[in-house]
Design a protein around this ligand. Structure first.
Ligand SMILES: Cc1ncc(COP(=O)(O)O)c(C=O)c1O
Length: 360
């Protein structure tokens, strides 16, 4: 008898390692390793979550109708093109399952989000990492990497962990250069944080072209990562395909209720966006003042290079011993760097104070 055999490619997957959430021995923990949103969720979302407890013996609405309607209203979209996922991670995986398989290639930029190569390999496709220019997706290099086997191009805009983005003109040039049978997946997980005037989330393109999808999440600006809630704007044929393969009840009832309530609390979101802009600038200036290299970021985190300053892993452990958790970047091919989430102002001050006291 032989044991069941994993499909080819699965053992080539480097398992995703999330940010740390505990600092044993430290009195309190400041969690700046997972871009979770500085203030936690809206109290209205928490109340809706609690209220949902009364009905958890019931299956959820398998079509998330109230949530889809709220998203359509909020973003000026046709509800028919919106597909919800158990986190946007699920949608990224479902897109790979729907459009790629053994012998196919899936493109992503070299320092792109690590779920893309995992999603590609999980369906037997080959992930192809395309070099970036100045830690930013390189449109020409991406287009040059397209082959007859290419099925999907995943692009995080802005990107995690670099914080860089492609402006509308570059995004449209990228799309225009792609063969029509290649699906462009614009992952706009951090869209709400972007201040740049030449940025678009991609929802316009997803409603304009049959080969563009935009994915979004409730995990960042809405700080509902624990509920696992994401959504996508899809052309009709893509939405149809995803609905056929998704779990029939993939969004639990508490997440649906909390999502609707979170969308309604526009004041909370506005304050979180404003804080992020101000705190990101303040934090970047302080870190640069310490002699560190801080890359420009349009998201709710900063990528910081410690090259020539100190060993980043030693710095990370130093911060962790003080209860401050930040993200290691070796898995992203950025071993000189750490990624630090824009937390509350008092938390960022503690990071600056700790780094100022670092014995170099
Ligand atoms: C670029 C990007 N896309 C998607 C996700 C996943 O979001 P979700 O929590 O909705 O699965 C993340 C989370 O870190 C991300 O950084």
């Amino acid at each position: 008898m032989t044991a069941p055999v994993l499909r080819p490619g699965i053992l080539d997957i480097a398992p995703y390692v999330g940010g740390e959430s505990a600092a044993p021995g430290a009195g309190r923990v400041i969690r700046l390793a997972s871009n979770e949103g500085a203030f936690g969720p809206s109290p209205r979302a928490v109340a809706a979550y609690r209220a949902a407890a009364d009905d958890i013996h019931r299956y959820p609405d398998g079509h998330s109708r109230a949530l889809v309607a709220a998203l359509a209203r909020r973003h000026g979209l046709d509800a028919a093109g919106i597909v919800c996922g158990n986190g946007s991670d699920e949608l990224l995986h479902l897109l790979a399952l729907a459009y790629a398989g053994p012998g196919d290639e899936v493109l992503y930029s070299a320092h792109g989000f690590l779920v893309y190569p995992i999603a590609a390999r999980s369906v037997g496709a080959l992930p192809v990492a395309v070099p970036e220019r100045a830690l930013t997706a390189d449109v020409d290099a991406l287009l040059a990497a397209v082959t007859p086997r290419t099925r999907i191009l995943y692009l995080a805009n802005p990107n995690n962990p670099t914080g860089s983005y492609l402006p509308e003109s570059a995004l449209r040039r990228l799309h225009a250069g792609l063969p029509e049978n290649v699906l462009l997946v614009i992952d706009a997980a951090y869209a709400e944080f972007v201040g740049a005037a030449d940025y678009i989330s991609g929802q316009e393109m997803a409603t304009e072209f049959p080969n563009v999808v935009m994915t979004r999440t409730f995990s960042k600006i809405y700080a509902l990562g624990g509920l696992r809630l994401g959504w996508a704007v899809c052309p009709p044929a893509v939405a149809d395909g995803l609905h056929r393969i998704r779990g029939p009840f993939n969004i639990n009832s508490a997440a649906q209720a909390a999502g609707v309530a979170a969308l309604a609390d526009t004041g909370f979101v506005g304050a979180a966006v404003l804080h992020n802009h101000q705190a990101r600038q303040w934090f970047a200036e302080r870190l640069r003042g310490l002699g560190l290299t801080v890359y420009p970021s349009e998201a709710n985190f900063l990528l910081v290079s410690f090259a020539g300053w100190a060993n980043p892993e030693t710095v990370r452990q130093f911060l962790k011993a003080r209860g401050i958790l930040v993200r290691q970047m070796t898995a992203y091919g950025l071993p000189d760097c750490l990624r630090i989430t824009i937390g509350r102002s008092d938390e960022l001050r503690e990071v600056v104070d700790a780094l100022s006291a670092y014995p170099r």
